[in-house]
Design a protein around this ligand. Structure first.
Ligand code: NI
Length: 175
Protein backbone atom coordinates (compact mmCIF):
# COMPACT_ATOMS: atom_id res chain seq x y z
CA UNK A 1 0.00 0.00 0.00
CA UNK A 2 1.42 3.34 -1.00
CA UNK A 3 2.57 2.16 -4.42
CA UNK A 4 0.49 4.04 -7.00
CA UNK A 5 0.10 0.97 -9.25
CA UNK A 6 -2.04 -0.73 -6.61
CA UNK A 7 -4.70 1.96 -7.10
CA UNK A 8 -4.93 1.52 -10.88
CA UNK A 9 -7.30 -0.81 -12.75
CA UNK A 10 -5.57 -3.70 -14.51
CA UNK A 11 -6.22 -4.59 -18.14
CA UNK A 12 -7.82 -7.79 -19.49
CA UNK A 13 -5.57 -10.66 -20.56
CA UNK A 14 -5.57 -10.86 -24.37
CA UNK A 15 -4.15 -13.46 -26.78
CA UNK A 16 -0.74 -11.75 -26.77
CA UNK A 17 -0.51 -12.13 -22.99
CA UNK A 18 -1.11 -15.90 -23.03
CA UNK A 19 2.51 -16.80 -23.62
CA UNK A 20 3.69 -15.19 -20.39
CA UNK A 21 0.84 -16.53 -18.31
CA UNK A 22 2.56 -19.68 -17.01
CA UNK A 23 5.48 -17.68 -15.66
CA UNK A 24 3.19 -15.05 -14.14
CA UNK A 25 1.12 -17.72 -12.38
CA UNK A 26 4.28 -19.34 -11.00
CA UNK A 27 5.47 -15.97 -9.67
CA UNK A 28 2.08 -15.38 -8.06
CA UNK A 29 2.11 -18.84 -6.51
CA UNK A 30 5.63 -18.45 -5.11
CA UNK A 31 4.75 -15.05 -3.63
CA UNK A 32 1.46 -16.22 -2.16
CA UNK A 33 3.03 -19.32 -0.57
CA UNK A 34 6.05 -17.42 0.80
CA UNK A 35 3.68 -15.05 2.59
CA UNK A 36 1.06 -17.69 3.57
CA UNK A 37 -1.54 -15.69 1.67
CA UNK A 38 -5.04 -16.91 0.87
CA UNK A 39 -4.81 -15.31 -2.56
CA UNK A 40 -2.93 -12.78 -4.64
CA UNK A 41 -3.56 -10.61 -7.69
CA UNK A 42 -1.13 -9.83 -10.52
CA UNK A 43 -0.95 -6.05 -9.81
CA UNK A 44 0.41 -6.90 -6.34
CA UNK A 45 3.59 -8.15 -8.00
CA UNK A 46 3.72 -5.29 -10.48
CA UNK A 47 1.87 -6.88 -13.43
CA UNK A 48 -1.23 -4.88 -14.44
CA UNK A 49 -3.21 -7.84 -15.86
CA UNK A 50 -6.55 -9.27 -14.76
CA UNK A 51 -5.20 -12.47 -13.19
CA UNK A 52 -5.72 -13.69 -9.63
CA UNK A 53 -4.94 -16.93 -7.84
CA UNK A 54 -6.33 -18.13 -4.52
CA UNK A 55 -6.99 -21.23 -2.46
CA UNK A 56 -5.69 -23.25 0.48
CA UNK A 57 -6.36 -26.36 2.56
CA UNK A 58 -5.71 -24.51 5.78
CA UNK A 59 -4.20 -21.09 6.33
CA UNK A 60 -2.43 -19.76 9.44
CA UNK A 61 -3.65 -16.25 8.63
CA UNK A 62 -7.29 -17.43 8.63
CA UNK A 63 -7.42 -20.38 11.05
CA UNK A 64 -11.22 -20.57 11.10
CA UNK A 65 -11.74 -20.40 7.33
CA UNK A 66 -13.06 -23.42 5.46
CA UNK A 67 -10.77 -24.73 2.66
CA UNK A 68 -10.97 -22.97 -0.70
CA UNK A 69 -10.03 -24.91 -3.87
CA UNK A 70 -6.84 -23.69 -5.50
CA UNK A 71 -7.92 -21.60 -8.48
CA UNK A 72 -6.29 -19.59 -11.25
CA UNK A 73 -8.77 -17.02 -12.51
CA UNK A 74 -8.14 -14.97 -15.64
CA UNK A 75 -10.40 -12.06 -16.65
CA UNK A 76 -12.82 -12.63 -13.77
CA UNK A 77 -16.34 -11.27 -13.55
CA UNK A 78 -18.11 -11.25 -10.18
CA UNK A 79 -21.84 -10.79 -9.57
CA UNK A 80 -23.44 -10.71 -6.13
CA UNK A 81 -26.38 -13.06 -5.61
CA UNK A 82 -28.75 -11.25 -3.29
CA UNK A 83 -27.95 -8.24 -1.17
CA UNK A 84 -26.87 -10.04 2.03
CA UNK A 85 -23.46 -9.08 3.29
CA UNK A 86 -21.29 -10.35 6.15
CA UNK A 87 -18.40 -8.70 7.95
CA UNK A 88 -15.24 -10.67 8.62
CA UNK A 89 -11.54 -10.03 9.18
CA UNK A 90 -9.27 -9.54 6.19
CA UNK A 91 -5.62 -8.86 5.72
CA UNK A 92 -3.63 -8.31 2.56
CA UNK A 93 -0.05 -9.04 1.48
CA UNK A 94 0.07 -5.41 0.27
CA UNK A 95 -1.02 -4.06 3.66
CA UNK A 96 1.34 -5.97 5.96
CA UNK A 97 0.78 -6.17 9.69
CA UNK A 98 -2.80 -4.93 9.59
CA UNK A 99 -6.29 -6.31 9.46
CA UNK A 100 -9.81 -5.02 9.34
CA UNK A 101 -13.45 -6.04 9.38
CA UNK A 102 -14.71 -5.87 5.80
CA UNK A 103 -18.30 -6.27 4.60
CA UNK A 104 -18.61 -8.55 1.54
CA UNK A 105 -21.49 -10.16 -0.31
CA UNK A 106 -22.32 -13.48 1.29
CA UNK A 107 -23.07 -15.26 -2.01
CA UNK A 108 -21.62 -14.56 -5.45
CA UNK A 109 -21.35 -16.01 -8.92
CA UNK A 110 -17.95 -15.68 -10.52
CA UNK A 111 -16.77 -16.48 -13.98
CA UNK A 112 -13.48 -16.39 -15.81
CA UNK A 113 -10.94 -18.70 -17.37
CA UNK A 114 -8.25 -20.91 -15.92
CA UNK A 115 -4.61 -20.90 -17.05
CA UNK A 116 -5.35 -22.91 -20.22
CA UNK A 117 -8.44 -20.94 -21.17
CA UNK A 118 -11.12 -23.32 -19.84
CA UNK A 119 -14.25 -21.64 -18.49
CA UNK A 120 -14.76 -21.34 -14.75
CA UNK A 121 -18.32 -20.58 -13.59
CA UNK A 122 -19.11 -21.02 -9.89
CA UNK A 123 -21.56 -19.96 -7.24
CA UNK A 124 -19.93 -19.74 -3.84
CA UNK A 125 -20.57 -18.43 -0.35
CA UNK A 126 -18.66 -17.58 2.81
CA UNK A 127 -14.89 -17.27 2.89
CA UNK A 128 -14.54 -18.48 -0.70
CA UNK A 129 -16.82 -15.64 -1.84
CA UNK A 130 -14.87 -13.22 0.36
CA UNK A 131 -11.48 -14.18 -1.08
CA UNK A 132 -12.72 -13.79 -4.65
CA UNK A 133 -14.19 -10.34 -3.94
CA UNK A 134 -10.95 -9.24 -2.23
CA UNK A 135 -8.72 -10.44 -5.07
CA UNK A 136 -10.89 -9.10 -7.88
CA UNK A 137 -10.99 -5.74 -6.09
CA UNK A 138 -7.21 -5.60 -6.61
CA UNK A 139 -7.82 -5.71 -10.38
CA UNK A 140 -9.98 -2.60 -10.06
CA UNK A 141 -7.40 -0.76 -7.98
CA UNK A 142 -9.29 -1.23 -4.70
CA UNK A 143 -7.60 -2.26 -1.44
CA UNK A 144 -9.67 -3.63 1.44
CA UNK A 145 -9.19 -0.59 3.74
CA UNK A 146 -11.43 1.30 1.30
CA UNK A 147 -14.22 -1.21 1.98
CA UNK A 148 -14.11 -0.84 5.75
CA UNK A 149 -17.20 0.93 7.01
CA UNK A 150 -16.21 1.27 10.66
CA UNK A 151 -12.74 2.77 11.15
CA UNK A 152 -12.51 1.36 14.67
CA UNK A 153 -12.37 -2.13 13.17
CA UNK A 154 -9.09 -1.48 11.31
CA UNK A 155 -5.72 -1.79 12.98
CA UNK A 156 -2.44 -3.56 13.62
CA UNK A 157 -2.39 -7.31 14.15
CA UNK A 158 0.17 -6.93 16.94
CA UNK A 159 -0.47 -4.38 19.68
CA UNK A 160 1.84 -1.37 19.46
CA UNK A 161 3.31 0.19 16.37
CA UNK A 162 5.17 -2.30 14.13
CA UNK A 163 8.68 -0.75 14.40
CA UNK A 164 8.52 -1.02 18.19
CA UNK A 165 7.17 -4.53 18.06
CA UNK A 166 9.94 -5.60 15.65
CA UNK A 167 12.88 -4.00 17.41
CA UNK A 168 11.60 -5.97 20.31
CA UNK A 169 12.24 -5.58 23.94
CA UNK A 170 15.36 -3.35 23.67
CA UNK A 171 13.29 -0.19 23.41
CA UNK A 172 11.06 -1.37 26.20
CA UNK A 173 13.95 -2.18 28.51
CA UNK A 174 15.44 1.28 28.12
CA UNK A 175 12.36 2.85 29.64
NI1 NI B 1 -4.98 -8.33 -1.01
Amino acid sequence: MGHPDLWKPSRPVGPADREGLTELIQDLLDTMRAASGAGIAAPQIGVPLRVVIFGFESNPRYPDAEPVPFTVLVNPVVEPIGADRDEDWEGCLSVPGMRGLVPRYRRIRYRGEDEIGATIDREVTGFHARVVQHEVDHLDGILYPQRIERPESFGFIQPGFPPQAESGSDAMRRE
